[in-house]
Write a protein of this length. Sequence first.
Lengths: 316, 238
Amino acid sequence: MFQEGEWTADFIHNNQKYKYIIGISDFLVKEEIFRQGRRTLLRRGPDGVGRIRLEKKGELVDFQTPTDQVASVSRRDSLQHSFFSLLNDWGNNVLFFQFGTPMGRNEISVIAKDGPVEFDPLNTDRVLVVFREGMKKYDIQFKQSIIFDMERLGYFIKDIGARTPIDIKVQGPVQGELLGLYIVEQGLGEPVDQNQISQGMFRALSVVIQLNFAILSRDTACILIDDIGEGLDFQRCKAIVEFLMEKSKESNLQLIMSTNDKLVMNMVPLNYWTVLSREEREMNIHNFKNSREKFENFSYTGLNNFEFFSSGYIEN
Amino acid sequence: MARKFAIFVEGQTERVFLSELITNFSGNLGVEIVEKRLNGGRRFEKIFIEIDARKIGSGQNIYILIIDCGSNDRVLSEIRDQYESLIDAGYDKIIGLRDVYPLNYNSVKRIKEGMLQFLPKGALEVQIYLSVMEIETWFLAEQSHFLKFNRKLTPKEIESILGFKIIPSSIEKHYHPSESLDKIYNSIGIKYDKSLGLVNRIVQFLDMDYLDTHISLEVKHLGYFISGIKDILSEDHA
């Protein structure tokens, strides 16, 4: 639980608008509201007392919940309050990438010969497992979408698959098959194992595989990428940011990228920005919705986006 | 000692035009013009590549540095970035030139107010001019230059191509003049791709004197800009 703060989030799901508001003070929930359009689904105050909709009866009833609990989590109920599942599923299924890390390049999987493979689509380091699952479910369509998207990023590959890496030796018996990803680049005949692929290329490959799996397997997906572009040169960074923005417009992908990189900031239109600024223990959040006038006025200054951030304009 | 001026422009077209304009207005003055292009500054270290350097007349009492910043949103940012260095290097004034496009004509006042907030303030005066809506507005307004490309491009023919008559006093409200310029040149088989060769030709064909004595009286922001350039050239105290 956070110590203090107020948040408002607007969602659209199946053409229906939802609004969720939560206020926290001293680690206790002082206010919590969840609305579907004009219809109240939940409203509670600082004493935990409030009203909640019972779906079976189609009416609001009184309820009380502990003040240190978030009702939309603790009151989850598929019969009477299934609407909370929308919020919880969205939050629990965010694909989180830390772009400044190996993103699975250093992970080789041991796949048991018999028995199921543990598959967690949210573990973004286990990209081989996601790849295999994608191939099992979507076969050539999945592979082709990966190859196509890598080309958009300037990486020209003609094949991708899984095999035992040729220069990795394991001492002792292995209870299964040792597998890693490989690619075959255009113009080169030999497969290249994942541990031989450059870190920058592998990061791009990891994102492309998991992004395409998420788009194919779900109605919507939320992707959170921390430090986007880290370790990539100018052209590649530009390519991946443009690719991600286009991909999110082409699909039901919800894209959140964090950066302190000047290039990335100058690429992303200001109306998509959220600026986080911290003063001691206080975090201030400015975005187009809560600071519209400042955002709009800045577009007339003729300065680039980075200066919006570096000049301290938004805080003044 | 030579007086020094730095002029930041948003692209090659502006750089070439400005260089020719200064040459035209220099008269008997001794002017040195150095043109540079900005590279990098996003992911890689910023470097200034010298494109051209030449002397007009003799005595060189005026030194003008023209910097092509490479995009609209870098003009003011670069001025802010280079401000202290230019003071240290003994510059007397900084000028900037940028388009209004893709914002619309009604934004002009807000752009000026917005930029004013962020102009560096100190020992060195900064003046930013706008080409409303783009520098191509000024090319469109000087219609005689089209005839030098092709005798077919009379004002009547241009009106037929564009679907409207070019009236200098209202040309600043035309939203996307570079698109209109492309239509006109296209009619004689030339694509307005802003290539250096084409821009050089256009600028050579422009009647700079006519721009100064007639067009600038009707195209307001061209008038301001030419006035500003002539002002720095008149500050020669040789």
